[in-house]
Design a protein around this ligand. Structure first.
Ligand code: UDP
Length: 504
């Protein structure tokens, strides 16, 4: 309480800058919420396209995020609103890298007014806008990174980009990869961006820049995970380039945060309008009966893949709730003819739902997921077993963690052409709902749910890491304006006071 008062009285402002995807903005907002609960003032800036999406799904969105003290601000990524960013991802990333720095810098100046020192005592950036750390340095503001994938991926990319371990190459495409703190990894367990077969250039380029040249400029690296979940891998980075878990950054209702910790509202934005009927539909299903299926906000399945999943759900004889994202909440295209009619007594297909409410519903038995990290953390916090169906980027590694480290799920085995057959989906549904390991996976789910709650509770590992971060910002603020840019060099495990505190 004394720390809160000290921070509040010092009027300390933090600026968060996020790539405008739901899975990037929401963890930032939730961290922002916890920082405001510890006395800081928080502003979140993202690109104009984020504002336009938010306005579309919730016309009451204004410059302040609903029900919180977090201000929202926007800057241009240099592209028009109707430019199809995800289908021209490399062009999009080039454009935001080119125009983002100037536009963000102008925003910082505008928000700072004509004060003698910058309005912001700290900037928190996330991984797909690595140039933010240079903008922060120009303004003489220390910068933190919020890593929004598992700590395991942070460690893996660090080791990959610094050539510390052996990874697949053109001449040896399928070695077993051994990394500290992780089980042996096969090619199918690695993030697609490190594979020789990867054809996307923009994201690996960003990650390479981030790990090779930007990482050492951050004063703090925070992670959306919790120490108990990834203890070994977090410890494995302590001497190299430490990461401090501050999560899971999921809605407070999932982890039972108290009011004083920012738990009085479920902060977050929806880029699409959720269909509210899901919850009353779930209310009418029996406990632990429903298969929930979603592939997140980006992945689009092929028609053949959709058909195989549809047939497996139909044959399962279980109720199912399937999110099939479609343009502007229209009826989804690509489902087999007659599927919706034939399953209408036990199946519901929607274009978007409030996933965290769905996962917390007692009717949900399991989640068939693409294993995006936000979805994975939400599932862990809800204690629900998973059918892992990874597609690209970090998802294959997340699937490996879910099955072999967290031990709360099964993973589909695709055919050699990458397609997951109807029979394989059926096998996984049987295995997770009534196979010999199903009870053990449920038990693990409950254990992780408890551990997640404890990590964010007052004095839990993540709460302590956040408090140490806040104390450092408060300490630096009171030293300003003598704070010079050279004092922003990367912390090492020897020098960072933050590292002396909570584990993780
Ligand atoms: N989500 C949601 N409603 C849906 C599907 C997904 O609110 O119908 C949310 C989900 O709760 C998660 C985010 O969208 O927070 C997806 O993020 P994730 O990292 O799992 O995957 P991505 O969309 O980035 O691939």
């Amino acid at each position: 309480m004394a720390a809160f008062k000290e921070a509040r009285e010092a009027e300390i402002h933090v600026l968060m800058v996020a790539f405008s995807a739901q899975g990037h903005i929401n963890p930032m907002l939730r961290l922002g919420n916890r920082l405001t609960s510890k006395g800081l003032h928080v502003t979140l800036a993202t690109t104009d396209v984020g504002r336009n999406r938010m306005l579309k799904s919730n016309p009451s969105t204004t410059t302040a995020s609903n029900d919180t003290n977090i201000r929202l601000e926007f800057f241009s990524d240099g592209l028009s609103d109707d430019f199809d960013r995800w289908n021209h991802i490399d062009h999009f990333l080039d454009s935001i890298g080119k125009f983002g720095p100037t536009n963000l810098s102008k925003l910082i100046n505008d928000l700072s007014g004509d004060g003698h020192r910058p309005k912001f005592s700290c900037i928190i950036s996330n991984p797909f806008v690595p140039w933010v750390v240079d903008v922060a340095a120009q303004h003489k503001i220390p910068c933190a990174l919020l890593w929004i994938q598992p700590s395991a991926l942070y460690a893996l990319y660090y080791r990959f980009f610094h050539h510390l371990n052996s990874f697949p190459t053109q001449s040896d495409p399928n070695p077993t990869v051994y990394l500290p703190g992780l089980p042996p990894l096969q090619t199918a367990d690695l993030p697609t961006f490190v594979l020789p077969s990867n054809t996307i250039t923009g994201f690996p380029k960003l990650l390479s820049e981030l790990f090779k040249s930007h990482m050492k400029k951050f004063k703090w690296i925070l992670g959306n995970s919790f120490y108990e979940l990834e203890k070994e891998v977090v410890d494995s980075m302590a001497q190299l380039c430490p990461i401090r878990p501050v999560g899971p950054l999921v809605p407070s209702t999932l982890v039972g945060l108290s009011e004083g910790q920012g738990g009085d509202n479920d902060i977050g934005v929806d880029m699409w309008k959720p269909e509210e009927k899901c919850i009353e539909w779930l209310d009418r299903r029996s406990v632990s009966s429903v298969i929930y299926v979603s592939f997140g906000s980006v992945t689009v399945l092929s028609e053949k893949q959709m058909e195989n999943i549809a047939m497996a759900l139909k044959n399962s004889d279980r109720p199912f709730l399937w999110v099939l994202k479609s343009k502007d909440n229209a009826v989804p295209v690509g489902l087999p003819a007659g599927f919706l009619e034939e399953t209408e007594d036990r199946g519901l297909v929607v274009s978007w739902c409030t996933q965290t409410k769905v996962l917390a519903h007692p009717a949900v038995a399991c989640f068939m997921s693409h294993c995006g990290w936000n979805s994975t953390l939400e599932t862990i916090a809800a204690g629900v077993p998973m059918i892992a169906c990874p597609q690209w980027t970090d998802q294959p590694s997340n699937a490996k963690l879910i099955v072999d480290v967290f031990e709360m799920g099964v993973r589909v085995e695709p055919d050699p052409d990458g397609m997951v057959s109807k029979e394989e989906v059926e096998r996984c549904i049987v295995e997770i709902t009534k196979g010999p390991k199903s009870e053990e996976m449920k038990r693990k789910g409950v254990q992780w749910k408890e551990a997640a709650k404890n990590a964010v509770a007052e004095h839990g590992s993540s709460d302590q890491n956040i408090q140490i971060f806040v104390d450092e910002i408060v300490g630096m603020h009171s030293l300003a304006p003598s704070m010079a840019p050279h004092s922003m060099t990367m912390t090492t495990s020897e020098e960072s006071p933050m590292l002396e505190g909570a584990k993780g």
